[in-house]
Design a protein. Structure first.
Length: 92
């Protein structure tokens, strides 16, 4: 009877030693790493958002605010020429 219990115990222990949980299941999805364009540091904090909804970040060491992946929407030259004309029409 004692041999039987020892064999069952050894069988359970060997099964537990063979079992290794998958590391892929335990990993959390990594959050994006934001890099400061002026100093290159990764120590950033949230600093609100732009009017377009893009998140603003601020670097903790140099206190430089920045927007990750900014979209620079410039005014086309045609629109720049049209603005003074429309203003003159409105004024006169």
């Amino acid at each position: 009877m004692m041999n039987f219990l020892i064999n069952i115990f050894l069988w359970l222990v060997s099964g537990l030693l063979k079992y290794q949980p998958s590391r892929e299941q335990n990993l959390r999805p990594s959050s994006p790493v934001y890099t400061c364009p002026s100093c290159g540091s990764h120590h950033t904090i949230k600093n609100g958002s732009t009017h377009n909804g893009k998140p603003k970040r601020q670097e903790q060491e140099c206190s430089q605010p920045f927007v990750s992946n900014p979209t620079n929407k410039t005014i086309s030259p045609d629109t720049k020429q049209l603005i003074p004309q429309l203003l003159l029409e409105r004024i006169s």
